[in-house]
Design a protein around this ligand. Structure first.
Ligand code: SAM
Length: 514
């Protein structure tokens, strides 16, 4: 028996009828005039009884949600399916909003659905719950008229979850569509102003809300007096779809070329361009690797690391190392910057990701970059190659709490338990990077998370235990490459914020080996 049938408790407005509550001889049939045979006209049918199946947009969104439930990534699955169904323009935009919006707002919708179904969402079959979430987003988060949101989602349920589940979906979504989003917020939000309320209102796990609150204060973006206001702005930014940002890899293509192809110059990065519509993969410079999709924050980090002065032993060439290079975004920019100036070693522990790095570096190699892509554990490099490199980037594996707007499912996947393992690995990678750097060289430690455990604590802990590194002013380096950047806090580290900088929440610390 499916879980949607297992529980039949009362919701606040009475029970939602489960499929097995409406038997063939039950109320659904009693209203039908005697003597008529054959299917009823479509307009006279309940949505749950309509034979129609889900449309391609909803079916695609559902397929992505199921793939995410099994460990897939929406930002990989969705473009693949859109291409497979040749969906473009408005259809693709609708499907994207339906998929990403449903994933982002899952926390709020689950609270609504639990109320409407009269049971905890844990008691609903996961595939049926995904269908319900899609319906909730159409009714409460998109401009789909309520009747269409219900009818279309019930059609999808009939196709993917079965006729019995479709009846349940119909009943629950009818309840959902009886209230506006605002009315639902009034009904399901915890009282008070605490992080539990913000978590439901802005659809983030509560532990993340607490971590972001602490990070805003710790990085100087807010004081205890202003943090509540700042936190809401950050949570809102996490739920705001981010622009597609391109990087014009210097020496390979100019921003002007991307602008000629329909992009606009980026607000801050001198090598960035915003693509407001269209498929970036359709642009020739992106296809051939002279340009790439890359957040402005990541661009600025790589530019800043390349711009810090190092005391050269010889004038040329330098040795650069990207210790955690996959899938290769920053390595792509560093490789372009390295032409005529340095050799780049790109290290990555995952062979598949190292392949992606290799592919991404082809255009830079064709332009003369000297690169070596390796598969290896970055923790070994300091021992294997002590004191070799002039510039080392540690773009450490992290919780990704700064990039939630670009990875809609990430907030639900991460748990506080991930932190302990990650922060240990981060310390070991940074220590290895310092060992691999020659005296006078610089190390950039970066995360796409503002969590204090992954950022300042790692740097303070590792640098504090050794006397061969000094912490540099990363703000100065950052402002050298992007003078207009609004940097919060006193430094010496840089923390970018989605709500302030319209970038991912990237962190950068710069260290110099003594
Ligand atoms: C945040 S990502 C790096 C992103 C990359 N710099 C870019 O801009 O595309 C972290 C990477 O570190 C890799 N990684 C994890 N553990 C590692 C280790 N012990 N040594 C080297 N790389 C590791 C992960 O596979 C992942 O590709």
């Amino acid at each position: 028996m499916g879980a949607w049938r297992a529980d039949h408790r009362r919701g606040r407005d009475g029970p939602v009828t489960s499929p097995d509550d409406r038997r063939a001889d039950g109320p659904a049939r009693r209203h039908r005039p005697e003597g008529r045979r054959g299917p009823r006209p479509r307009s006279a049918q309940r949505p749950s009884e309509r034979a129609r199946s889900g449309d391609p947009a909803r079916l695609t969104a559902y397929t992505v949600l199921r793939s995410v439930a099994e460990g897939g990534y929406a930002n990989l699955e969705l473009p693949r399916l859109l291409r497979g169904h040749a969906m473009e323009g408005r259809d693709a935009a609708f499907t994207t909003e339906l998929t990403y919006g449903t994933l982002r707002w899952q926390g709020l919708y689950d609270a609504v659905l639990a109320d409407a179904a009269g049971r905890s969402v844990d008691k609903i079959d996961p595939p049926v719950l995904d269908t319900l979430r899609l319906g909730a987003h159409q009714a409460l988060g998109m401009r789909v008229p309520a009747h269409a949101a219900v009818a279309e989602t019930v059609g999808l349920a009939r196709q993917v979850n079965g006729a019995g589940a479709a009846g349940f979906v119909n009943a629950v979504l009818r309840r959902v569509s009886e209230r506006s989003r605002q009315e639902w917020l009034g009904r399901v939000l915890p009282t008070g102003t605490g992080t539990d309320r913000l978590a439901v209102e802005h659809s983030h796990p509560e532990w993340i809300v607490r971590a972001l609150r602490a990070a805003l204060v710790a990085h100087g973006a807010a004081s205890p007096d202003t943090v509540d206001h700042e936190l809401v702005a950050l949570l809102e930014a996490d739920n705001d779809p981010a622009d597609v940002m391109l990087v014009a890899r210097p020496g390979l293509v100019g921003v002007a070329e991307l602008v000629r192809l329909g992009a606009e110059p980026a607000p801050v990065s001198p090598v960035g361009a915003v693509l407001r519509s269209g498929d970036p993969g359709a642009l020739a410079p992106v296809r051939d690797g002279r340009a790439a999709v890359q957040d402005e924050g990541s661009q600025l980090l790589a530019l800043a690391l390349a711009a810090v002065p190092v005391d050269s032993i010889d004038d040329y060439p330098e040795e650069w190392l990207d210790l955690c290079a996959g899938p290769g975004g920053k390595a792509g920019l560093l490789a372009a910057l390295s032409v005529g100036r340095a050799y780049l070693t790109a290290n990555e522990v995952s062979p598949h990701r190292a392949d992606l790095v290799r592919q991404g570096l082809r255009a830079a190699v064709a332009a003369g970059a000297g690169v070596d892509v390796r598969v290896g554990d970055g923790r070994d490099v300091g021992v294997d190659e002590p004191g070799r490199y002039d510039r080392v980037l540690v773009d450490a594996p992290c919780t990704g709490l700064g990039a939630l707007r670009r990875r809609p499912e990430a907030r639900w996947r991460r748990t506080p338990a991930d932190l302990a393992a990650l922060t240990q690995l981060q310390r070991e990678l940074l220590a290895s990077a310092i060992d691999a750097t020659r005296p006078g060289g610089v190390i950039g430690y970066a995360t796409c998370s503002p969590h204090v455990n992954e950022t300042t604590f790692v740097v303070q802990d590792v640098a504090g235990r050794r006397d061969d590194v000094e912490v540099l002013d990363a703000r100065e380096a950052m402002l050298t490459v992007a003078p207009g950047l609004d940097l919060a806090g006193e430094g010496p580290q840089v923390q970018l914020w989605p709500h302030r900088n319209a970038t991912d929440g990237m962190f950068l610390a710069l260290l110099r080996k003594r």
